[in-house]
Design a protein around this ligand. Sequence first.
Ligand code: FAD
Length: 286
Amino acid sequence: MIKDIFKSKPTVLSFEVFPPKKDDGLTNVLNTIDALTELKPDFISVTYGAGGSNSKKTLDVASYIQNSKNTDALCHMTCVGYTRSDLDSSLEEFDKSSLSNLLALRGDRPLTMSDEQFNSREFMYANEMVEYIRKKKGDSVTIGGACYPEKHPESASLEEDIVNLKRKAEAGLDFMTTQMCFDNELFYRYFDLLDRNGITIPVTCGIMPITKAGQLGRSVTLSGSSVPKKLSDLIALHGEDDAEMFEYGTKYAADQIRDLKSHGVRGIHIYAMNNAKTVKAILEQL
Ligand code: FAD
């Protein structure tokens, strides 16, 4: 289980993949996972919901990682996607597939969902889902949660966000993963703030490799993560040449990881975007 890996290793390495959007995309995703597991991560997380995936696809991909690749899988689950009874059924599937790690999230409103539907979800916030799962499953599962070094975009302030985060951690989190973070100094400051607020569970830093100038579009803007001048300069200089952008983008991510490790950060989570070549190029530089 992931919580045991955090107890036994100083730095935990993980990757994130998303399930196929269409049924015929499964083979490609499984091939990517084959390549990613060769890089020996401690666990691989599988997203839920975004991009039209559903819980079955998340569970199927997670089961492949756990049972065929002998690597811990972390299943994302969202309040937006699950009623209580959906969650109960998914947890049954989860047990049948010998899965034991999940990331409990609120989720964002999909473009196709009305405000009314979004606002009538049964679990309003991730802390409610964490509490429910912890009561139901006890210590037999690892539960992770999300956190935001620059605050969640909907929070009025970082302080308000930390109050909510503390409630979520106390509901039963074993660890947290940050939103993509391009500036390590922000992570270190955030880490100190968590410590001062008594949030002491391991925090793994989310690294999003930027290997194409176009990536700094919607998802980065929506994430609320700021882009340091060093990275925007690099994109301005190399963004029009694909090979150069790949080289400098993976180098930027590798430099970030090296620095994080030297500061004793408990985990590195690479948003792999189903691209094993990028992850391999980063790890080769370390
Ligand atoms: P919460 O912890 O519920 O917080 C959401 C907001 O509500 C915050 O502003 C918080 O301060 C506030 N809040 C929290 N609790 C309370 C409370 N009790 N009362 C009042 N306010 C409260 N999305 C997907 O759809 N699928 C995925 O697979 C996915 N994976 C992700 C993985 C990571 C590592 C991260 C960082 C994000 C991921 N997301 C995913 C996005 C995530 O669902 C969104 O960022 C979402 O807006 C917030 O989710 P959360 O679990 O952090 O929410």
